[in-house]
Design a protein around this ligand. Structure first.
Ligand SMILES: Cc1cc2nc3c(=O)[nH]c(=O)nc-3n(C[C@H](O)[C@H](O)[C@H](O)COP(=O)(O)O)c2cc1C
Length: 366
């Protein structure tokens, strides 16, 4: 049998298989307050035959938001909303981590009470847009603008916000949190030479560009323990103005630091839609040598590609994103080699049950 369907351990957690549901923003919270709801609980429950679910990216504070209707995990109402989700996921046997994000410059004054978004440096990301909607769901994509460079006080506050949100996530019943340090959002903006032009101890050298990530990781570990912490990084994708010539060595350096902190896992974001570069074997080998705890990979995986990286020992768990949207029973479809259903791109972000909780299981469909 493929290793994909074998049980695994994630620190003390027992996973029912090695299939992970990748974090996917679906923008369906209740308003006002970006509150997770029953419909979201149903959506995650339908997919909870996975070993591990990583939720959609979730705000740590008011100013960490960049798109309409994405959830938070820092108010009492949000924590209560997430409790329904974690209960439902656990009932089906899945472990569930909450992905924590601060979007940094991938935002808009609409989400910042009219103020400028914050970032390591005052540089607008080229060709990057965010989705802004009214309460009725009528939205549009708008360009990101030039952000404000963060002060030391901003940095300290955001580090604390990550730690606070992690604490609230555990209160909401999550097994842990995934710190989103990829895909061009705030932490990634600090890692990259093209978005971080700071002259203080957070910019310039690799060690300096890693400082913000490690401060966040340390603060979160202090709050909830290293066993409950994962980190997502994106070494090769270049969208959202992320094309930094030093990112691969920076991420290898980060993986040394993360291994030293003995976190639960590293999660590589290898693709975003069409931006799916081939990952060189020498990177996978180097990473495996440095990082010996759990490695999760995500990005255009099929059963065959999953088996290949698992058999070579390059990764321990495989995350699937888009296949999980339209195949709630993805695990059994892969196991039984049943054809996968296509997703409807028009219903990905925002809206109601349509294109969200109404994709049938294979048995139901037939
Ligand atoms: C609708 C959608 C929303 C996404 N939202 C997030 C997100 O909130 N956080 C994140 O780290 N990645 C996000 N991603 C990226 C996925 O986690 C994953 O890396 C990507 O879809 C590639 O995997 P796949 O080829 O299996 O879909 C999103 C992808 C999709 C399709």
């Amino acid at each position: 049998m493929s290793q994909l369907f074998q049980a695994a351990k994630l620190k003390a957690l027992a996973l029912q298989n090695r299939v992970v549901m990748a974090p996917m923003t679906r923008a369906r919270t209740s308003q006002p307050g970006n509150i997770p709801n029953k419909m979201m609980a149903t959506y995650y429950q339908q997919r909870a035959t996975a070993g591990l679910i990583i939720t959609e990216a979730t705000q740590i504070s008011d100013d960490s938001q960049g798109y309409s209707f994405t959830p938070g995990v820092y108010t009492d109402e949000q924590v209560k909303g997430w409790q329904q989700v974690t209960n439902m996921a656990h009932q089906q046997g899945a472990a569930i981590f909450c992905q924590l994000w601060h979007v940094g410059r991938v935002s808009h004054p609409t989400f910042q009470r009219g103020e400028l978004p914050i970032a390591p440096s005052a540089l607008a990301p080229i060709e990057t847009k965010v989705w802004i909607s009214d309460d009725q769901g009528n939205g549009k994509m708008v360009d990101c603008i030039e952000p404000r460079a963060m002060t030391q006080a901003d940095i300290n506050r955001v580090v604390n916000d990550f730690a606070y949100a992690a604490k609230r996530a555990v209160e909401a019943g999550f097994d842990g949190v995934e710190i989103h340090a990829g895909n061009g959002y705030l932490i990634d903006q600090f890692l990259r030479t093209n978005s971080n032009k700071r002259c203080d101890s957070y910019g310039g050298t690799r060690e300096n560009r890693l400082r913000f990530l490690l401060e966040v990781v340390d603060a979160v570990i202090k709050q909830i323990g290293a066993d409950k912490v994962g980190v997502r990084l994106a070494p090769f994708i270049t969208f959202k103005d992320m094309d930094c010539p030093d990112i691969v060595p920076t991420i290898l350096e980060a993986s040394k630091e993360l291994q030293a902190r003995d976190i639960a896992y590293m999660h590589l974001s290898e693709a975003d839609w069409d931006d799916a570069p081939v990952i060189p074997d020498d990177f996978r080998i180097s990473l495996r040598e440095i990082f010996t705890n759990t490695i999760i990979v995500a990005g255009s995986y099929t059963q065959q590609r999953a088996d290949d990286v698992l058999n070579k020992g390059y990764a321990d768990l495989i995350a699937f994103g888009r296949p999980f949207v339209s195949n709630p029973d993805l695990v059994s479809r892969l196991k039984e080699k049943i054809e996968l259903a296509d997703l409807d791109g028009a219903t990905l972000f925002g809206g109601n049950e349509v294109g969200y909780t109404d994709y049938p299981n294979y048995v139901q469909a037939s």
